[in-house]
Design a protein around this ligand. Sequence first.
Ligand SMILES: Cc1cc2nc3c(=O)[nH]c(=O)nc-3n(C[C@H](O)[C@H](O)[C@H](O)COP(=O)(O)OP(=O)(O)OC[C@H]3O[C@@H](n4cnc5c(N)ncnc54)[C@H](O)[C@@H]3O)c2cc1C
Length: 503
Amino acid sequence: MFTYIFLFCWYFISFQHVLSESSDSDCLNSFSSLVCKKLANIHFSRTSSLIFNNASFTALSNYSDNFGHLLKLAPAAVLKPGEAKDIVKLIHFVYNFNSKIKNRKTKIYLACRGNGHSTNDQDLLNKTGIILDMSELSSILHINTNKLWIDVEAGILWLKLLKKTLKLNPPLSPRSWTDLLTLSVGGTLSNVGVSGQAGRFGPQISNVLEMDVVTGRGRFITCSPKLNSKLFYAVLGGLGQFGIIVRARIPLRTAPLKARTYTAVYNNIQSFTSDQKMFLNDPKKLFDYVEGSINVSSNPFTFTIELVKYYNNSSTLPTDSYLASISHFKAGSLIGVDSTYFDFLNRLQATVDYLISIGTWNFPHPWLNLWLPASNITEFYNSAVSSSNATLINGPVLLYPIRTNLINSQTSLAFPSDPSNVIFLFAILRTASPEPTAISAAEVDNLRLKTAAIALGGKGLFNVAYTKTEWIQQYGSKYARLSKYKKMYDPLHILSPNQHIFN
Ligand SMILES: Cc1cc2nc3c(=O)[nH]c(=O)nc-3n(C[C@H](O)[C@H](O)[C@H](O)COP(=O)(O)OP(=O)(O)OC[C@H]3O[C@@H](n4cnc5c(N)ncnc54)[C@H](O)[C@@H]3O)c2cc1C
């Protein structure tokens, strides 16, 4: 009887919500079992959830896979923190646990999951790992309409943030976006956050005023360009290596009402990219967004420029005849489409919903994202891309420029330099059939393109799985600085080991 009363009370005084507690046999091995037991003894906030392995593995199955659908790794446990303090407690526990052990094989690792849109194993961990699922830390904390900024918890999706700021009077909006809005603020700030607006406003990592970060030592630190600036810049583009972003302050501007999207087709890479650069560098800032893509369904490949002008009053829009007079696109190929500002920013959602409905959203995505210096873009295209097998590509191919002088070189982002201060993003967003041969054929093709890009001064971004040696090459002179920061902020190499940079 007393045992029952004790157990009953224990359940209710326990602060954490344990979704699926494990016994020894439930855990993958004795080590993860030990981790699970120790985690269960930490008093996380009432709004947090701990998820352990259970017999059917269902509770953890969402965390053993990501958008890439290329790898499956089951972690020991998942913490959904309800408050930033939970992250501090968790990292203290992991730090203390790891500092007491000598044998590296029994270390515990931590990886952060924003919205699981990584395509390799960046946000996955095996049985010695704990995943920090940031999805519950997704509140809007404060909006300052005088100083024009918004404070958000880092697990918030950009879509939710936008919906909130557009409801203000007057409607406000962040300046820099990604093509897809269902990515987390912490996830894109740890990578880059790039889209057609980056040419004008810089990527999202150039559009942050302040952050709260929990380092790999478990220290909660507020940082900005003036306060703890080393940590601030290390974390931006830092691939989760130096700390967990828990809050970000994002600058806002008055939101336009509408957007007109102009598309036009080109037959040749030189006129396509030189027009893109012209619009990018236009001192009159005619367009708010410059992107483009390679049409691999035509033979030979053609190119589509995508230009967007925000507006409130249509009389300020450039006319078709004016655009035709300054550009080199195929006569008659220019199309202009009007939409609300929100519908333009959220334009991919309908396609995503469709791909989900036909089941291919869950197919493997062996994506490749590269930066190329503008000076070598034609050579890269002619030597490596123009003869690519279109069937193997099976997805959109993006090609658009951004200006490097809008990226702070103190951030951790690796990007090439070019005398013109312009670099191109090249992305092959493949969907492969689930057969191993299809995936490996795509990966071989990615390696071919990556090798060609690196030989021409290019760099990888997002999901390019690098060995440590390749990371040293990727970061170049930045590697020494980043290694120093790793020692300062995550000396036991606990955070995001599957980026393979320092581990
Ligand atoms: C369909 C699709 C469209 C995309 N479109 C774009 C685009 O237009 N522009 C663009 O720039 N990118 C784009 N991406 C890439 C995307 O920015 C990255 O994959 C990003 O990591 C995804 O964010 P996420 O919230 O899903 O993060 P996750 O994939 O869950 O996490 C990725 C990594 O980020 C780190 N991380 C996540 N949250 C935090 C945090 N709070 N603190 C510290 N580190 C953290 C972790 O180390 C983790 O390893 C796209 C990806 C997909 C799948």
